[in-house]
Write a protein that binds this ligand. Structure first.
Ligand SMILES: CCCCCCCCCCCCCCCCCCCCCC(=O)SCCNC(=O)CCNC(=O)[C@H](O)C(C)(C)COP(=O)(O)OP(=O)(O)OC[C@H]1O[C@@H](n2cnc3c(N)ncnc32)[C@H](O)[C@@H]1OP(=O)(O)O
Ligand SMILES: NC(=O)C1=CN([C@@H]2O[C@H](COP(=O)(O)OP(=O)(O)OC[C@H]3O[C@@H](n4cnc5c(N)ncnc54)[C@H](OP(=O)(O)O)[C@@H]3O)[C@@H](O)[C@H]2O)C=CC1
Length: 515
C-alpha cells in the first residue's frame, strides 16, 4: 500500500486554481490514487458566461478524468466547488463557505495565480501576492490544517544564474509595495515597474518572488512548503501521455511550428529547455504534501522541480523533435509545411522574421483581399512574434537550480511510492516525451482526429508543390528581369540553354544508338 496515497485518505483538501492546467492534474491524481479522500474543495469563479456548476461539470467530463471516474465512481460527490475570486476581499468566499473551510480543511494546495507575462503590476500583485496573503490568513484560522503547499516558479529569481532552494528577499517589502500601489495611478506604476522588477523580464516572475516573501513573512505557525517548477509541459505518463490544455509555455509555439507559421526562432541552441512534465510536478507536489505534514520540518522547505541539471534537453533537440513529429503526424490546415530553424543573432532574426514570417503573411493577406476575404495572417504573425518576444528571455538563457531537497525527498519514498509518485526526471526519455507532447497538442488541445493524418499529409504535399511552383515562377521572373538588363546574364543564359540542348541531343543520340 502506498504510504503517500494512504496519507490523503479521509482528508479534506482545498485546491486554489483547480480549474487551471496544474490544478486539474493535481485533482485527477488525488481522486485516482486516494479515492477514499473525504472532499476536495475547489475555489472556482464564473468565467466566459459559465456558472460554477457548468464549469466544474465541463471540467470533470473532459478526457483527463476518465480513469479517475472508473476508480472513483462517486467522483462528483468528492468535489465541492466554492465560489471565489482572488481579486475580491476574503477571496470572494461567502461566510458559510468560509466557515466550512475553516472547520474542515486539512491540506491546502495554492495553485491559483496569473501566469501572464504582460499583466500590469497592480493585477499581478493582486493575484500573486495579496491573494496569497489572504489565503495564509485564512489558513491561520483553520482548526485542522496540517500543511499548506504553495506553488511558485523556478523563475521567481531568474535574475540570478544559480538558484538555491531558498527564499531570496526582494528589494522592496511586499507590504510597502502593496500599500503604495493602492494610491499610485496606473501610469506611475507602469513607469516604476521596470525598476522594481530587478532585471526580471516581467511582472509574473517578480510577483511570484514577492509571493514567496509573503509566504515566509506571514507563515506564523503554519506548516508550509514551496514548489518551484520550471516550464511545465504536457503529461509524461499519467493519466495518459501528452495531456495539455493551454497555450502557455512552449505550447503556443509548438502549434505555430506545426502549422507552419513559425519558421525561425532566436535561441541559444545549446541552452537547456528546462521543461518538466505536469504529472511529474504533481507527483512531487503530493510527495511534498505528505512529507511536510508527517515530518513537519522546522523551516519552510523549497523544492525545485527542474530537468536541466539531472536530464538536460536542449532547445535544438526539442525543436527538431517537434518538427520530426509533425512530419509524421501533421497538424490540419497548415499554413505552410513545418520547417523551422534557430537563429542566433539579432540581424539574422530580423532578416528571417521579415522574409519567412511577415512577407508571406502580407502576400497571403493580399491573396485573401483579392478573393474577397478578410485579411488575418499579418495579425496572427504579429501575435506570434509578440509571444516570442515575451518568451525570448527564457529561450536564450540557462540557469542552474540546486535540487537537494527534491533529491532528499526522493530518498524518503518507499519503492512503491517511488513508482506511484515518480518525480525522478532522470527516467524521462525526451524523444518519446516530445513526440507524445506534440501528439497531445494535436489531439487534446487542437481536438484533431488522428484519422485525419492522411488528409493532412496530402495538404502538406499540395503546399510543397505550391511552394516549388512559387519559387520557380519567382526565379524565372527575377532571371527574366536580369536577362533583359544584362549582357552577362544573357550570355550565361545562352550558355546554359546550349549546354542543355547538347546534353539532350547527346542523350537522344545515345538512346537511338542503343536501339
Ligand atoms: C527551430 C525549431 C523550432 C521548432 C519548434 C519550436 C518549439 C519549441 C520552442 C518553444 C520555446 C518556448 C519557450 C517557453 C518558455 C516559457 C517560459 C515559462 C516561464 C515559466 C513558466 C511559468 O512559471 S508559468 C507559465 C508561463 N506563462 C506563460 O507561458 C504565459 C505566457 N503568455 C502570455 O503571457 C500571454 O499569452 C502573451 C504572450 C503576453 C500574449 O498575450 P496577448 O494578450 O497578446 O494574447 P492572449 O494571451 O490574450 O491571447 C490572445 C489570443 O492568442 C492566443 N494565444 C495566447 N497565447 C498564445 C501562444 N503562446 N501561442 C499562440 N496563441 C496564443 C489565445 O488563445 C487568444 O486567442 P483568442 O483571442 O482566439 O481567444
Ligand atoms: N505552467 C507552468 O509552466 C508553470 C506554472 N507554475 C505555477 O503553477 C501554478 C498553476 O499554474 P498553471 O496551472 O499553469 O496556471 P493556469 O493559468 O492554467 O491556472 C491558473 C489558475 O488560477 C486561477 N485564477 C487566475 N485568476 C484568478 C482569479 N482572479 N480568481 C480566481 N482564480 C483565478 C485560474 O482560474 P480560471 O480557470 O477561472 O481562470 C486557474 O485555475 C501557478 O501558481 C503558476 O505560477 C510554476 C511554474 C511553471
Amino acid at each position: 500500500m502506498s504510504v503517500i496515497a494512504a496519507f490523503y485518505g479521509g482528508k479534506s483538501i482545498l485546491i486554489t486554481g483547480a480549474t487551471g492546467f496544474m490544478g486539474k492534474v493535481l485533482m485527477e491524481k488525488l481522486l485516482r490514487t486516494s479515492p477514499d479522500l473525504k472532499v476536495i474543495y475547489i475555489l472556482v469563479r464564473p468565467k466566459a458566461g459559465q456558472s460554477l456548476q457548468q464549469r466544474v461539470s465541463q471540467m470533470m467530463n473532459c478526457k483527463l478524468f476518465e480513469k479517475a471516474k472508473e476508480i472513483c465512481p462517486n467522483i462528483f460527490e468528492k468535489i465541492r466547488p466554492i465560489y471565489s475570486d482572488l481579486t475580491k476581499p476574503d477571496l470572494g468566499i461567502s461566510k458559510e463557505d468560509l466557515e466550512e473551510l475553516l472547520t474542515h480543511t486539512n491540506i491546502i494546495f495554492h495553485c491559483a495565480a496569473t501566469v501572464r507575462f504582460d499583466d500590469p503590476l497592480r493585477h499581478a500583485l493582486q493575484l500573486n501576492v495579496i491573494a496569497t496573503q489572504q489565503l495564509l490568513f485564512m489558513a491561520s484560522q483553520m482548526l485542522k490544517l496540517e500543511v499548506f503547499i504553495h506553488f511558485s516558479t523556478a523563475y521567481s529569481n531568474c535574475n540570478l544564474k544559480h538558484i538555491d532552494e531558498v527564499i531570496y528577499p526582494c528589494s522592496v517589502e511586499p507590504k510597502k509595495l502593496i500599500d503604495s500601489v493602492e494610491w499610485l495611478d496606473d501610469s506611475i506604476i507602469e513607469e516604476i515597474t521596470p525598476k522594481l522588477i530587478e532585471n526580471r523580464p516581467n511582472t509574473y516572475t517578480y510577483t511570484k518572488a514577492l509571493g514567496e516573501m509573503v509566504v515566509y513573512q506571514e507563515r506564523g505557525n503554519l506548516n508550509i512548503a514551496i514548489i518551484r517548477p520550471s516550464i511545465v509541459g504536457a503529461s509524461w505518463q499519467e493519466p495518459f501521455p501528452g495531456w495539455v490544455d493551454n497555450l502557455n509555455g512552449p505550447n503556443g509555439l509548438i502549434i505555430a511550428a506545426g502549422k507552419g507559421f513559425l519558421h525561425s526562432l532566436k535561441a541559444t541552441p545549446k541552452a537547456v529547455a528546462d521543461v518538466v512534465p505536469v504529472d511529474l510536478v504533481i507527483n512531487l507536489t503530493l510527495a511534498v504534501g505528505w512529507h511536510t505534514a508527517v515530518h513537519r520540518p522546522k523551516s519552510i522547505l523549497i523544492y525545485h522541480c527542474t530537468s536541466g541539471s539531472l536530464n538536460p534537453c536542449l532547445w535544438t533537440d526539442l525543436g527538431f523533435q517537434v518538427l520530426a513529429t509533425f512530419e509524421k503526424a501533421p497538424l490540419e490546415k497548415a499554413f505552410r509545411r513545418p520547417n523551422a530553424d534557430f537563429t542566433t543573432n539579432n540581424f539574422s532574426t530580423y532578416l528571417w522574421n521579415t522574409i519567412s514570417h511577415m512577407a508571406p503573411a502580407v502576400m497571403y493577406d493580399f491573396y485573401l483581399r483579392l478573393t474577397g476575404r478578410k485579411p488575418r495572417m499579418a495579425k496572427l504573425m504579429n501575435r506570434m512574434l509578440k509571444t516570442i518576444s515575451m518568451l525570448d528571455y527564457f529561450i536564450n538563457r540557462s540557469w542552474e537550480w540546486s535540487s537537494r531537497n527534491t533529491e532528499m525527498l526522493m530518498s524518503q519514498l518507499s519503492n512503491e511510492d517511488q513508482k506511484l509518485f515518480d518525480f525522478d526526471v532522470r527516467h524521462l526519455n525526451w524523444l518519446e516525451y516530445t513526440e507524445n507532447y506534440c501528439l497531445g497538442i494535436k489531439k487534446y488541445l487542437l481536438k484533431e482526429d488522428m484519422a485525419g493524418i492522411p488528409a493532412a499529409k496530402r495538404h502538406l504535399r499540395m503546399l510543397r508543390n505550391i511552394h516549388y511552383l512559387f519559387n520557380t515562377v519567382l526565379f524565372l521572373i527575377i532571371w527574366r528581369f536580369f536577362i533583359a538588363r544584362s549582357q552577362m546574364a544573357r550570355n550565361v543564359w545562352y550558355f546554359v540553354v546550349s549546354l542543355c540542348y547538347k546534353f539532350l541531343s547527346y542523350f537522344r543520340a545515345s538512346s537511338t544508338f542503343r536501339h
